[in-house]
Ligand binder design. Structure first.
Ligand SMILES: Cc1cc2nc3c(=O)[nH]c(=O)nc-3n(C[C@H](O)[C@H](O)[C@H](O)COP(=O)(O)OP(=O)(O)OC[C@H]3O[C@@H](n4cnc5c(N)ncnc54)[C@H](O)[C@@H]3O)c2cc1C
Length: 230
């Protein structure tokens, strides 16, 4: 368990906030791992798992939280620069640092956080793995990390990102609807050659795994991170 001091807090969208803090000495993690984050509330301590949205190649740690209006979110949303929180970890084996030559990533909403760490890592380290991300959100102004994703795709020729929106406005020129088997077939034509990383709230992960299975992708090629708690 480490005590860390918040160095930066900011909104990524209307209901998504990022929290940055310094990396404790000798703290090491793999892209995709998560922390147990503990915050004080009226004399008790609230603890939740949160994926690390920064990359091991960056000199700070970052977690990114969807602010739901529930107890843990409310405390997180009140955090300011200089506040202290506790972190424990790193935890988890939903990790990627270039082990596979071809990867497919399927994410919805806040499920992007562990994948963000992986994509930043692969870009910064010039990893040659080819990555295609299919990313579903509600609307244009609701896409966490939109600018960061654009920048990564520009900097990394091996990374392609396709957005889809379930409630897009009239001006949206991209794809509409959820990540489904049609979208996978259209945008990841070599899906049988890829290892898939699926991340997000449990319902979305379940649906995406079903879509992959319906296309004949075997379970050994599907890795999942379930954001239990949503
Ligand atoms: C491995 C892993 C990684 C994760 N990574 C992330 C991440 O990167 N970002 C992220 O945002 N989330 C992540 N999550 C989910 C996160 O841990 C939380 O569970 C989730 O964000 C819900 O947070 P909350 O603020 O709504 O929590 P809570 O305050 O605990 O609310 C959760 C639910 O509990 C119920 N509840 C809470 N308080 C009350 C009350 N007083 N009375 C009745 N019901 C109540 C509500 O139904 C609510 O929907 C991850 C989860 C896992 C397992």
């Amino acid at each position: 368990m480490f005590k860390v001091t918040i160095s930066r807090v900011f909104k990524r969208t209307e209901d998504v906030m990022s929290f940055q803090f310094s990396k404790p000495q000798a703290f090491e993690f793999l892209p995709g791992q998560y922390l147990l984050v503990s915050v004080p509330k009226n004399g008790k301590v609230l603890t939740k798992p949160l994926s690390i949205s920064s990359s091991p190649t960056e000199d700070f740690l970052e977690v990114t939280k969807r602010i739901t209006g529930h107890e843990f979110s409310n405390v997180m949303a009140e955090l300011r620069v200089g506040d202290e929180i506790f972190i424990d970890g790193p935890n988890g084996n939903f990790t990627f640092k270039g082990e596979y030559p071809k990867v497919g990533m399927l994410a919805g909403g806040i499920g992007i956080t562990p994948l963000m760490s992986m994509m930043k890592y692969c870009t910064h380290r010039r990893i040659q793995s080819n990555i295609i991300l299919l990313y579903g959100n509600r609307s244009e102004d609701n896409i966490p990390f939109f600018e960061d994703l654009n920048r990564l795709a520009k900097d990394n020729n091996n990374l392609r990102i396709v957005h889809t929106l379930s409630r897009a406005g009239d001006s949206w020129k991209g794809r509409r609807g959820h990540v489904d088997s049609e979208m996978i077939k259209e945008h990841i034509q070599d899906y049988q050659e890829r290892v898939f990383y699926v991340s997000g709230p449990p319902g979305l992960v379940k649906d995406c795994v079903q879509h992959l299975r319906s296309l004949g992708v075997i379970d050994e090629r599907i890795r999942t991170e379930n954001f239990v708690g949503y």
